[in-house]
Design a protein around this ligand. Structure first.
Ligand SMILES: Nc1ncnc2c1ncn2[C@@H]1O[C@H](COP(=O)(O)OP(=O)(O)OP(=O)(O)O)[C@@H](O)[C@H]1O
Ligand SMILES: [Mg+2]
Length: 338
C-alpha cells in the first residue's frame, strides 16, 4: 500500500537526520565510541538503532549493537541482553543473528533493575575484550524511564559511561542534559505511531518462539548444573518443605504448585516453587553466555524435562520468572522479597 506522507509530519527517517549528523561529528576522534539510546516505549529507539547502524556501517564503522531492552528485545528473546554485530545492511533488528546473549529472566525493569545492571556490566566487559578497530557500540534500553525509571536510567548511564546519550523527545532531553554529566543529544519522536498491549505481547511471543524453534525434549538434573537466577550464581539447589527451612546462600526448592520466587535484596538466597519451574523459559549455556533457550515441560523434584533446540553440552541453567504456560501464553511467576 502506498501512503502519502504529509509535509511537516514527524515520520520517516528524515526526522533523525539532525541527531545522526551530530553523532557523526562526535565520532571523529572518538575511539570505541559508546552511544546509548534512551526513550519511553514507542519513542522509536529500535527503528532509530536500525537507521543509525546502517549509516554507521556504510560510513566504515564496525557496529556492536547491545540490546539491553529486556521487555521488547529485538535481538534476543524477552528477558535477555543480546549483542549483535551487523555485517550487512538490515531493515529489522530481529533479523540480526545474536553474537552473544545472557539472560536475566524477567521482562519489567520496574520490578528490580539491579540484575539488569549487573548482567549488562558483564556483557560490556566481554564486548570490550573483543576490541575491534573503528568500532562503535550502540546500546538500546527499555522504556522504563519515568519516575523510578529515571533513577535506573541514570545508574545505567553511570555504568556504561557513554560518549553520547541520545534521548527521544524534548522532555527527556531536558531532564537528562540537566541530571547526567555526559553529553546528551535529542532525537525526535515519530508521531502517530505505537503498539498496544496486545501488539507488544505478540511481538514477545514471536521472539520466544523464534528461540524455541526445532526444540527436542531433554532431561536436566539441576543438581548436576551450575545455576543462575536473574543472572546471579547459585552453586546448589536444595529441597525444603516449608519456609522455616530456607538455607541462606542457596537455591531453595519448595514443593508448592503456586508459581512463586522469593529473593533477598542481594540475590544470594532464592526460594523457588515447583510451580515456578514448570513452564519456565530458561537459558542454557556456560558461565558467561547463553547458547540457547528452552521451555520446562515437566518437573520431578530437581529433575526437569526441557524442550530445547540446544544440541551441544551446557554447564549452566539460567532461570528467571518468565513462564510460557501451556507452551504458549506468557504467565510470569510472582517475584517477592524474603
Ligand atoms: N521515524 C519513524 N517514522 C514512522 N514510523 C516509525 C518511525 N520510527 C518508529 N516508527 C514506528 O513506531 C513504532 C514504535 O517504534 P519502535 O518500535 O522503534 O519504538 P521503541 O521505542 O523501540 O519501542 P519499544 O519501547 O516497544 O521498544 C513502530 O511501529 C515503528 O515501526
Ligand atoms: Mg524497541
Amino acid at each position: 500500500m502506498l501512503c502519502e506522507v504529509q509535509e511537516g509530519t514527524r515520520i520517516g527517517s528524515k526526522i533523525w537526520r539532525p541527531a545522526v549528523s551530530q553523532i557523526m561529528t562526535h565520532l571523529q576522534g572518538c575511539h570505541r565510541c559508546r552511544i546509548v539510546l534512551i526513550g519511553v516505549t514507542d519513542s522509536g529507539k529500535s527503528t532509530f538503532a536500525t537507521y543509525l547502524s546502517n549509516i554507521l556501517s556504510t560510513s566504515g564503522f564496525k557496529v556492536t549493537f547491545i540490546d539491553a531492552d529486556i521487555g521488547q528485545n529485538d535481538v534476543g528473546p524477552p528477558g535477555s541482553i543480546a549483542v549483535a554485530r551487523p555485517t550487512t545492511l538490515f531493515t529489522d533488528l530481529r533479523d540480526l543473528p545474536p553474537h552473544r546473549m545472557t539472560y536475566v529472566g524477567y521482562i519489567s525493569a520496574g520490578v528490580t533493575f539491579k540484575p539488569i545492571l549487573d548482567s549488562l556490566s558483564r556483557v560490556l566487559s566481554a564486548v570490550h575484550e573483543e576490541d575491534r578497530a573503528n568500532s562503535v557500540i550502540v546500546v538500546n534500553t527499555d522504556g522504563f524511564v519515568l519516575s523510578r525509571g529515571l533513577y535506573y536510567k541514570l545508574e545505567l548511564l553511570r555504568l556504561i559511561k557513554p560518549h553520547l546519550t541520545v534521548t527521544f523527545g524534548p522532555a527527556l532531553y531536558e531532564v537528562f542534559s540537566r541530571l547526567y554529566e555526559g553529553q546528551v543529544i535529542e532525537a525526535q519522536i515519530p508521531e502517530g505511531v505505537g503498539k498496544n498491549h496486545a501488539d507488544r505481547l505478540i511481538r514477545r511471543m514471536i521472539q520466544y518462539n523464534r528461540f524455541l524453534a526445532s526444540s527436542r525434549p531433554t532431561t536436566i538434573n539441576l543438581r548436576d548444573k551450575r545455576l543462575k537466577f536473574l543472572g546471579y550464581d547459585f552453586d546448589e539447589i536444595i529441597q525444603i518443605t516449608d519456609l522455616g527451612e530456607v538455607k541462606k546462600g542457596k537455591m531453595n526448592l519448595m514443593p508448592s504448585y503456586e508459581p512463586i520466587a522469593l529473593i533477598d535484596r542481594d540475590i544470594t538466597t532464592v526460594v523457588i516453587s515447583m510451580g515456578a519451574l514448570r513452564d519456565m523459559f530458561v537459558g542454557l549455556g556456560d558461565e558467561i553466555t547463553v547458547h540457547g533457550f528452552g521451555l520446562v515441560s515437566k518437573v520431578y523434584g530437581t529433575t526437569l524435562r526441557v524442550k530445547t533446540p540446544v544440541k551441544g553440552a551446557f554447564s549452566t541453567v539460567y532461570m528467571g520468572i518468565i513462564r510460557l504456560s501451556g507452551g504458549s501464553a506468557e504467565a510470569n511467576a510472582h517475584l517477592g522479597f524474603l
